[in-house]
Write a protein that binds this ligand. Sequence first.
Ligand code: UT7
Length: 325
Amino acid sequence: MSVIRSILTGVGSYLPDRILTNAEMAELVDTSDEWIQARTGIKQRHIAAQGELTSDLALAAAREALTDAGLEGRDLDLIIVATATPDQTFPATATKVQAALGMTTGAAFDLQAVCSGFIFALATANSFIRTQQAKRVLLIGAETFSRILDWEDRSTCVLFGDGAGAMVFEAGEGEGSNEDKGILATHLRSDGRQHDLLYVDGGPSSTQTTGHLRMNGPGVFRHAITNITEAVNSSLDETGLNAADIDWFVPHQANQRILDGTAKKLGISTDRIISTVGLHGNTSAASVPLAYAVARADGRIKDGDLVLMEAMGGGFTWGSALVRV
Ligand code: UT7
């Protein structure tokens, strides 16, 4: 049976030049390199320069992904930017990227699911492609979380960093089997009752300010492994695949302990985990495509591999995707 598949044809990434080390963090708040590394695995994070906006990061990653796919902006039907730190309340950061790429047709919009944003965008792109509403889609996860952190709150400011990652998906044909190239399954979830565990204490409608990120870390941690495992198992069940079939596990990079705990619960061996949390920190919606780009560039992820992506974030939102690349 011939089916339409969303096939990954290009990847790109961008990290701001400025690296902020744990030793430098210890000069800002009462923390230490030992604590941050032991509790999270983070060694450093990148911070956007003054005047460097989310759209600038997004554009740099997008240009690399388009080059990788052999496409130009005008070839695209749709751009989705997953971000919780847009340049402005409106218009969408995606429309700024659209104009900068010289794309004058099609549509561009932002998608807001915080750290799960890229997985939500990937599932959305897959729906557009499979229902033949779009043939070529550019997905970007781009964040400047450094701008919404409370730099006096040691329990959150040490965790996050800035960056962007991008992927191009194009419509292609498959046989409807798990050997097809492309997105094989996605699974999205949310639970609005968990709002108070991870949120920003501002917004246009509530305070008319941007606000700062607030997180009950242990509260989020308690849900993370269970929720992620549930989403992954739903995607595996849908395809009939199991953990042993997964070549690479590309998780949202929040905390090395969550990565390891999830892999263990799913039965994925540690040498299959792509981990960039040590070098990037938590870059929210950018973390999955950034981690993917690193492992693709260093030759670990190869054509034909089965890749499992997942994320969890504020809302709560969480989800998974199985992609044969
Ligand atoms: O991407 C969105 C999803 N987010 C997540 O998945 C994050 C999930 N949560 C976590 O990753 C972890 O909960 C954290 C890394 C945020 C915190 O680790 P924890 O092991 O849960 O530590 P804790 O919050 O229970 O804090 C333990 C101790 C506390 O001191 P007392 O009360 O035991 O005296 C904190 O005050 O560590 C203290 N602490 C710190 N100490 C040094 C908290 N932050 C720091 C810090 N440096 N930066």
